[in-house]
Design a protein around this ligand. Structure first.
Ligand SMILES: Cc1cc2nc3c(=O)[nH]c(=O)nc-3n(C[C@H](O)[C@H](O)[C@H](O)COP(=O)(O)OP(=O)(O)OC[C@H]3O[C@@H](n4cnc5c(N)ncnc54)[C@H](O)[C@@H]3O)c2cc1C
Length: 489
C-alpha cells in the first residue's frame, strides 16, 4: 500500500512583522483562538520605544481584555485625574471625568514595561516570537505569503497564509505595499526625554501650546514617584531644517517656560533626548491587499492633534483579529475578504482623523500662527468657567472624544460667544489704555497681514500646496459629514 503523506506547506497561519502594542495585541487575540502565529521582532524584549508613555482610557479598556490591568505593575502606574493646559501666560487645570463605559482613568506607563506585558500575554496564549530578526521583504502568491527574515547574517524564508505589517511608522510592509515611504505631509516628529527628581503632582499631565512649535505641543507626563516624560510633537513639514535646532526647541522650552521649570525644580535629565517619526492617516494609502493587512502605526493610525497611537494600535489589532478569524472560517484571504477590516477602520476612525488632518492643515501655515494662538486663548478662557466645555476639550486630548463630536451648535456657539467676550474685554481694556493700545493692535494686525503677504510672495508654490491640501482635506471631511448624515437618517 502507498502511504501518501500530506506535508503542510505553511510554517504558520499568520506572520506578524513587529511585536509592539499592535503586533503583540493581535498575536494575543489570534493565538488565544488557536491560530498558529509567529511574530518577527527586530529588537529583544523588554525593549524601549520613544513615546510620551500616556495610555488612554480607551487603550486601557482594550488592554483589560488581554489581562494587562490585572498585573501588579499596572496597579503601581500613575493614574491621571487632571490635565493642565498652558498657553503664553494663561493656564487652566481640568479634572478628567471617568466615562462610565471605560473602566480606568489614563495611566502613564513606560513602554519598556507596557510592551513587555503585552508580549508576555501573547506568549502565554501560545504565540511564537523570533526576536532580533527583521522582515526584510515578502512576496505574495495565489496560495501563500513568503517572507524573507534576516537574523544576524542569515536569511530564511517563512511561508504563511497571511502577513500583517505591525512594524511601526517606518514599516517595511507598508512601504512595499504602497510603493513609497509616507510623505512628510502626513508626518509628525516626536522628541522625548526622561527627567528624575521632579516635583508632583503625580496625577496631572501638562500640555503646553506655544508660537514656536505650533501646530504641535510640548508635554510633561509624571512617571512613578518623581520622574517625568517630557517631550514635543511637531508637524514634520514645519520643522526647523537641522536636527540640533529641533532639540533646541525642547531644551529652550524646558529652560524658559516658568510653569514647566517650577515642576522640574531641581530635577535633571536622565539619559539623552530621543526622536521618532509618526505617520498620520493618509486616506489614499492602502491598508489591506491579498493576504496582507496593516495595523497600528504601520497603517498610519495616529491622532494628528495629540500624537496618540497606542489606543488605535490595540483597537486596530482587535478589528484585524475579528476579520482574520472570519477569513480562516471561510478559508478566504483575498483583498475582498480582508476589506471588512479596512471598512471598520474607516468607519470608526477615519472621520475623526480627517477632521484632525484638516485642522492641522489650516495650522501648518506659520503666517496664521498668531491667529491660532488667539483662538487657543479663547478656548482656554472658556474652559476656566464652563465645566462641560472643559470636559470636551480635555477628552479630545485624552483621546476619548472624537474631535468631530465637538462640531455641535452648543460647543461652537460657546466658542464664538467666548471669542466675542475676549474681543469685547480687550477692546474695553484698550479704551481705558488709550491710543497706545490701538497703535499696538493696529501694528499686530498689519504684521499678520504682512507675514501672509510675504509668505505668498516668497513661497508661492508652498502656499498653493497649502491651499490644495486644505481643499483635499476639506473634501475628505465633507465626504464623512455627508456619509454620517445619510446614516443618521
Ligand atoms: C515622541 C512620541 C510620543 C508619543 N506619545 C504617545 C503617547 O503618550 N500616547 C500614545 O498613545 N501614543 C504615543 N505615541 C505614539 C505611539 O508610540 C505609537 O502609536 C505606538 O507605538 C504604535 O504601536 P505599534 O505597535 O503600531 O508600533 P511600534 O510600537 O512602533 O512597534 C513596532 C515594532 O516593530 C518592530 N519592527 C520594526 N521594523 C521591523 C521589521 N522590519 N521586522 C520586524 N520588526 C520590526 C520594532 O522594533 C517595534 O518593536 C508617541 C510617539 C512618539 C514618537
Amino acid at each position: 500500500m502507498i502511504n501518501i503523506q500530506v506535508v503542510h506547506p505553511y510554517d504558520c497561519d499568520v506572520l506578524i512583522a513587529g511585536g509592539g502594542p499592535a503586533g503583540s495585541a493581535l498575536a494575543s487575540h489570534l493565538a488565544q483562538k488557536g491560530v498558529n502565529v509567529i511574530v518577527i521582532e527586530a529588537q529583544r524584549f523588554p525593549r524601549d520605544k520613544v513615546c510620551g508613555d500616556g495610555v488612554s482610557p480607551i487603550a486601557l479598556a482594550e488592554l483589560h481584555h488581554i489581562g494587562i490591568t490585572g498585573l501588579d505593575g499596572f496597579a503601581e502606574a500613575n493614574e491621571i485625574n487632571k490635565v493642565g493646559l498652558f498657553i503664553r501666560e494663561d493656564k487652566v487645570y481640568i479634572d478628567l471625568e471617568k466615562e462610565d463605559h471605560l473602566p480606568y482613568h489614563a495611566r502613564i506607563i513606560p513602554r519598556l514595561q507596557l510592551d513587555n506585558w503585552i508580549h508576555e500575554a501573547a506568549l502565554k496564549n501560545g504565540a511564537v516570537y523570533w526576536e532580533e530578526a527583521r522582515v526584510a521583504d515578502y512576496f505574495i502568491t495565489d496560495n501563500m505569503v513568503v517572507a524573507e527574515i534576516k537574523r544576524n547574517d542569515t536569511t530564511v524564508r517563512v511561508k504563511a497564509k497571511v502577513i500583517v505589517g505591525a512594524d511601526g511608522s517606518n514599516s517595511t510592509i507598508a512601504r512595499i505595499l504602497n510603493g513609497s515611504k509616507p510623505s512628510d505631509e502626513y508626518q509628525l516628529l516626536g522628541l522625548r526625554a526622561y527627567y528624575e527628581n521632579v516635583n508632583g503632582p503625580r496625577d496631572r499631565v501638562d500640555i503646553f501650546f506655544s508660537d514656536e512649535n505650533y501646530p504641535g505641543i510640548y508635554w510633561m507626563f509624571p512617571l512613578g514617584q518623581n520622574e517625568a516624560n517630557i517631550g514635543l510633537a511637531m508637524v514634520a513639514s514645519t520643522l526647523p531644517k537641522k536636527e540640533v535646532h529641533v532639540k533646541k526647541l525642547l531644551t529652550d522650552h524646558i529652560e524658559k517656560n516658568k510653569c514647566i521649570r517650577e515642576r522640574i525644580g531641581n530635577g535633571t535629565i536622565k539619559g539623552r533626548i530621543y526622536g521618532w517619526p509618526l505617520n498620520f492617516f493618509n486616506p489614499a494609502n492602502r491598508i489591506t491587499a491579498n493576504r496582507l493587512l496593516l495595523v497600528g502605526d504601520a497603517a498610519g493610525l495616529i491622532n494628528p492633534l495629540s500624537g496618540d497611537g497606542i489606543q488605535y494600535a490595540v483597537l486596530s489589532a482587535r478589528r484585524a483579529a475579528e476579520s482574520l478569524l472570519k477569513c480562516f472560517a471561510q478559508n478566504d484571504f483575498s483583498a475582498t475578504a480582508l476589506s471588512s477590516y479596512h471598512s471598520k477602520v474607516k468607519d470608526e476612525l477615519a472621520y475623526d482623523f480627517s477632521l484632525s488632518n484638516l485642522l492641522i492643515q489650516f495650522a501648518r501655515n506659520k503666517a496664521l500662527t498668531p491667529l491660532w494662538m488667539e483662538i487657543m486663548v479663547v478656548l482656554i478662557e472658556r474652559a476656566k468657567v464652563d465645566k462641560s466645555y472643559a470636559h470636551i476639550i480635555a477628552s479630545i486630548f485624552e483621546g476619548t472624544y472624537p474631535s468631530y463630536k465637538a462640531l455641535t451648535p452648543s460647543f461652537i456657539g460657546k466658542s464664538v460667544l467666548q471669542g466675542g467676550l475676549h474681543v469685547g474685554l480687550s477692546t474695553a481694556t484698550g479704551m481705558l489704555q488709550g491710543p497706545d493700545y490701538w497703535m499696538k493692535k493696529g501694528k499686530d494686525i498689519s504684521r499678520i497681514a504682512g507675514d501672509i503677504a510675504n509668505s505668498i510672495k516668497h513661497n508661492p508654490s508652498g502656499n498653493i500646496k497649502w491651499l490644495s491640501g486644505l481643499f483635499k482635506n476639506g473634501a475628505g471631511v465633507a465626504g464623512h459629514v455627508i456619509k454620517s448624515m445619510r446614516k443618521s437618517g
